[in-house]
Every structure is written in C-alpha cells, then in structure tokens.
Design a protein around this ligand. Structure first.
Ligand code: UTP
Ligand code: MN
Length: 580
C-alpha cells in the first residue's frame, strides 16, 4: 500500500481515535502544564522542557527546535517508522482494518457533479408534472402567481404517488436519489419524500439545485416539507432566492430577508427582486456574512408577534461581529396576520417599497429591546441596562456605530461616557481589536494570518462560501489557505493533528504546525471572527484588482472593442467592485 492509496477518511479516522498524549506518554513521560503537556524535547538537546503536546489540538510542537507533527509524524520521527508503518501501527492499536484496495477518492470531490445533474432532472420532471396537473396549476393561480414567475423560480409539482421518481428515473438512480434526500428509506422500502406538493427548488449561487421545499396543496401537516440535510443541502448556509435575485439585478442597494418561499416569489412578481428567505431555520452567522457580502444593507423582515421579535433579536445577536460602519442592518416588523406575500398583494409594490425604505435601524431595535427589560427610572435599572448592553457592545467592531450606541444608551443613565466605555471594554488595553493586533500574529502576511486563525479556530471556515476565487492571487500560500478552508468545510471540528495529516509534504506540515502553535491571545470570539472576515474580504478585493489589472493591460494593448462581450462586461463589473 502506498501513501496515496490510503483513503484520507481512514487517516482522519485513525487520528481521531488516537490520543497523541497517551501515545507520546508511553515513550516519553509527559508532565501536565496548563492546557498542554510538556517534556524535554527528544529531538534536540535542552535543559528546560520546550516540547509541548496539545490534547485538544492533537499535535506536538517544540518551541526550541520547531519539530512538530501529529501522531503519525511522531511515530515516524521517534520510532523511525515509515509513513505506512506508522499508519499500520496506529491501525493495529485501534483495532482498525485498513482497506486492502483503494479506488481513488478525495475529500475535495466528495460531492460529485452527478448529484447536481440528477436534481436538475428532478426539477424538470416536477415542472413537467405541474403542466399536466390542473389542480396544482389552479392552486398557484389562486395564490396570484403568474406563469412567468413560476418559471423563473422553477416551480413544479410532485404527484400524489409513492414511486413517481423511481418509476421515472429507474432503479439505477436509487442510490443518488436517496443521498440527495429525494427518497425516504424505511423498513427496506423506498418511497418519494415529496408527494402531492408544490415544489420549490433551492439553488446555490451558481444556479445548481441543492434541494427542494414542498408545500402542501390546501390544508394539511406539515405545511412545508424541506429536503433533509444532505451532502449538498445545508439549510444554515443557503439562502432561498439568492440565485434568482442575482439573475435579476447586478447591484444591490439593500437585500431583504423574509421568512417564506411564497414571500420571495410574490415580491419578485411585483418587481422587488432583492429578496431571499431562510428555509424555516434561524438565520446563521454564515448566512448573515453572505448577505453582507452581497449588499451593504441587509433588511430583516419578521412578523410583529413575539416569535418574530425573538427571531429578530437572535439574528441581531449573530450579526454583531459582522457589523461595521459601512454595513447597516435594518428591521421590518409586519402587522400580525400579514406576511410580505399578503402585504404586497394587498397594498401593491409602492407601499411595500415605502416600508422597506422606512425600516427600523439596528440601533433603534437594539435599544428598544434592552429598554423593555429594565426600568431606567431607578439607578439600579440604569446599571442593569448597561450590564445587559456591555457584552453585546463588546462584540461590535470598534467604530462609529459602537460609540453612537454607547452615546444613545448613555442618555438613559446618569453614568458618564467614560464610565460606560469602561463597562463595555473593562480592560481598555485589551479591547478586541487591540488584542488581535498585539497577538502572536505580528509580522505575518495576510494569508498566514488567515491560516493561523483558521487552524486555531476551525469553526471560522464555516463562515465562508467557496474560496476558489482566491486562487488567482500571487501569494504562495494561497492554495494552502483554499485547501484548508475546503477541508474544514467538509470536515468541521478536525483537530490540528488531523488537519496536518492532510498534507504529506513535511515542509508544509511544519509551516502549518508553526502557525497552529502561535500563541493567540484572542479571548474574544467576536474579535476573531471580525479579524478573519476582514482578512478574507481584503484578499477578495485584491482578486478584483489583480483581474482588473490583467484586463486593463489587454485593453491598452488592443482596444476595448477587441475584448469579447463577456470580457467587456467583466471590466465594467470589476470597475464597479473596485470602487466599492
Ligand atoms: P409560513 O408558514 O410563514 O409560510 O412559513 P408562508 O411562506 O407564509 O406560506 P404560505 O403563504 O402559507 O404558503 C415560513 C417558512 O417556514 C418554513 C418554510 O420555509 C416556509 O416558507 N416552514 C413553514 C417549514 O419549513 N415547515 C412548515 O411546516 C412551515
Ligand atoms: Mn404566506
């Protein structure tokens, strides 16, 4: 068996089962030191122990000689085993049988394109079925939908049959239909998940179908059924309607987030196309980040009832670290028993646009919510107001927004501004931004900083969408960053040791290990998030200017008319982005 022949998932599994502390301790007695374990380094001569083993990160690092690695690396260096021998040793220890034969598999193509193709065919099948079903057509007509908007959103209909998909696609498609969540498997039988429902395809940014939502016709439970979480479909990442919105307009002054599929479609029909919806789940930080990348202003539209206000507050909380002076978050609360669909049909587009224009700013909602919980006519209530606000304000990036809120809250209390600032940032020297600046990342390039943050806070990868667009950057480490993000998106929660196992080049391994070992004093999660998002944003801006530079050189050499229409459009698009 050669190196390439061991499937990555087997290596991941082995690393995950092994405890590096135990493994090393059997050979080299370790002493506990804070969160880590220490010993005299076996790889160089030293008098005080700088060889460190981290249990949580599952890797070792020597601050003296920079030796580093995961469990496999340690066995190779200490027991002088080959890579294969080390893997076999761990497999024996853990009682894992290594596969004899291995047919090429890589984490990076876990989601093979077949799934997308199949789902596209499923959508076509549902559209065709809709055309032949009067009851479904009548339902959509009764709800006021035009044929044109149904087509734009790829709306279809799933028949009231248990085996429509299997009959249409054949037995060979069963595994793919199961994996994409289109079929349900129970007691050895398989049947269609969606039956007698209006079908709404959920697409990703490039228009590929990831899953479906299905509405019951008339009444019944559940009203909406969604595809389950699959290889392709992650409700916490996707936004329904984003693709269709981006098809309809290039530039977004604002983007409106509503609760339902039908709301997105109704607004689009009335010409309000910058609208997306979640799929019945609370807005995540990842979705908020994606929204802010699309538009500087994000407007969240909720029901005015208690549940709607709670959802709004939750969304506000996850957005705090993402806000900044150039980004604005607003809210619309609708009267009870109304949703954007009914509103726009009753009042028309103009009135709806007016509501959008008059949306409540973040600061208003923020302060109102806090004031509702305290009585500021007493000093104790005023103190409570500030202690509720302080941890939230501390999550905001420092800047005008944060100062303005402190100012506004100050109006309700008799505390002076300096005292308020102190409550928000108890240790003036360690405000979030400053902690980052002072941390162990000093002197690193932007890409290395991103790597360093990712290695130590692997959850950050989940904030990003695809990052392959960064590949055009000239920085040498950029591919490493892209691969690391992709790896962590597919396998969240890998330990550092397990991450290292994905690179076989010892040079890269030790670079990554060195970054993973840098002492970051980033206590504040919000500061970490903010710093990371900022770095990626800067890299993306660089991509734009690199591409623009290339095209401009070509324009100078030839002239604009010799560029293909696509390239001409690209120049305009890049110039616009570059201005932002
Ligand atoms: P609503 O019940 O507000 O739906 O749920 P709606 O869009 O107004 O539906 P219509 O107008 O009656 O057709 C909002 C969203 O919550 C999710 C769906 O994503 C829906 O669009 N939901 C709702 C479910 O996932 N399951 C349900 O049973 C209900
Ligand atoms: Mn509705």
């Amino acid at each position: 068996m050669s190196l390439q022949q061991i499937p990555q998932r087997v290596l991941d599994d082995l690393i995950a089962r092994t405890d590096i502390v135990e493994l090393i301790d059997q050979r080299l007695p370790l002493r506990s030191a804070g969160n880590n374990f220490k010993a005299l380094c076996p790889f160089h001569q030293e008098k005080s122990p700088s060889f460190t083993v981290s249990q949580t990160k599952q890797f070792y690092y020597c601050f003296g000689c920079q030796a580093s690695g995961n469990a496999i690396g340690f066995l190779m260096a200490y027991d002088r085993l080959s890579f294969i021998e080390a893997v076999e040793y761990l497999a024996r220890q853990q009682g894992v049988t290594l596969p004899k034969e291995y047919i090429g598999e890589s984490v990076h193509n876990k989601a093979s394109p077949d799934y997308y193709e199949l789902l596209k065919q499923v959508m076509r099948f549902y559209s065709a079925t809709l055309k032949a079903n009067d009851r479904a057509i009548q339902y959509l007509k009764n709800r006021g939908l035009t044929g044109e908007v149904c087509k734009r959103f790829g709306i279809g209909y799933a028949k009231a049959e248990w085996d429509a998909l299997i009959k249409h696609f054949g037995a060979t498609s069963v595994p793919t239909l199961l994996e994409t969540g289109m079929l349900i498997e129970k007691n050895n039988s398989r049947y269609d998940r969606f039956r007698d429902r209006i079908m709404f395809p959920v697409r990703d940014k490039s228009g590929r179908i990831l899953g479906f939502g299905g509405r019951i016709i008339d009444n019944g439970e559940p009203k909406y059924l969604n595809s389950p979480e699959t290889l392709l479909f992650h409700k916490g990442s996707e936004l329904y309607g984003l693709y269709e919105a981006m098809q309809a307009q290039r530039h977004f002054d604002y983007i409106l987030v509503v609760e339902g599929y039908m709301d997105v479609i109704a607004l689009a029909q009335y010409g309000i196309s910058a609208v997306v919806a979640t799929m019945g789940t609370a807005l995540t930080q990842k979705q908020m980040n994606r929204l802010f990348r699309t538009s500087q202003e994000v407007i969240l539209c909720f029901d005015g009832d208690t549940a709607g206000r709670q959802a709004a507050w939750r969304a506000l909380e996850v957005s705090l670290p993402l806000l900044g002076d150039e980004r604005s978050l607003k809210f619309i609360f609708l009267p009870e028993d109304e949703d954007p669909d009914t509103c726009v049909r009753k009042m028309g587009a103009e009135a709806m646009l007016k509501r959008i224009k008059e949306a409540s700013p973040f600061s208003e909602v923020f302060i109102k919510h806090l004031l509702a919980q305290v009585d500021t006519s007493h000093v104790s209530g005023q103190a409570r107001l500030m202690s509720l606000a302080a941890p939230l304000l501390a999550q905001l990036p420092q800047g005008v927004l944060c100062e303005m809120l402190i100012e506004q809250l100050g109006a309700y209390t008799r505390l002076d501004k300096k005292r308020l600032l102190q409550m928000v940032f108890p240790d003036q020297k360690s405000t979030p931004q400053k902690v980052v600046a002072k941390s162990g990342m000093m002197g690193l390039s932007a890409v290395d900083k991103a790597l360093c943050l990712l290695l130590q806070h692997t959850k950050l990868a989940d904030l990003l969408e695809r990052v392959d667009d960064l590949a055009t950057l000239p920085q040498p480490q950029i591919h490493l960053l892209i691969e690391l993000v992709q790896l962590l998106q597919l396998q969240p929660g890998l330990s550092t040791g397990a991450i290292l196992a994905h690179w076989t080049d010892p040079k890269i391994q030790s670079e990554l290990a060195a970054l993973a070992a840098r002492p970051l004093l980033l206590a504040e999660e919000a500061a970490v998030t903010h710093e990371f998002v900022d770095i990626i944003e800067k890299l993306r801006k660089e991509v734009t200017s690199v591409q623009l530079g290339d095209l401009l050189v070509r324009i100078r050499q030839n002239d604009l008319s010799t560029l293909s229409p696509t390239d001409q459009a690209r120049v305009h698009e890049l110039l616009r982005k570059d201005e932002e």
